[in-house]
Write a protein that binds this ligand. Structure first.
Ligand SMILES: [Zn+2]
Length: 123
């Protein structure tokens, strides 16, 4: 299953590219080759909230000696991508507007993997 490209309207943007899309590294349509990103920079804010939330809820969990807060954080972390994937539309972005910080995608993937790893250790 895939999502419709906002340029050519073909179902050619994969879940993975939609989820990881942001201004510096948008999803590329396999049909027309044009770029699109999640509307309103939702993906980028999500990654920042997840990181901030991990620090805040992680501290709360340690402070209160209960994993309740980490569970709340984990629920948000896993539920939001589903919301983002199915409820946030893709919006077109011009190729010349794509910013030059490609490494940011790698950084966010690594942060995300580290967080999942940390949760696995805590559990
Ligand atoms: Zn397209």
């Amino acid at each position: 299953m895939a999502f419709n490209c906002p340029h050519c309207n073909h179902k050619s943007v994969s879940h993975f590219s939609k989820f990881l899309s942001f201004e510096g590294s948008p999803a590329t349509c396999s049909n027309c080759g044009k770029h699109s990103i999640d509307a309103k920079g939702v993906n980028d804010s999500y990654r920042q909230i997840v990181f901030l939330g991990f620090v805040v809820f992680g501290a709360l969990s340690i402070f209160t000696q209960t994993i309740l807060y980490l569970v709340i954080w984990f629920a948000f972390t896993t539920m939001f991508p589903i919301y983002s994937l199915y409820c946030i539309p893709l919006e077109p972005i011009e190729t010349k507007k794509v910013k030059h910080y490609k490494t940011k995608k790698l950084v966010s993937i690594s942060i995300f993997s580290v967080l999942i790893l940390l949760v696995a250790i805590f559990e």
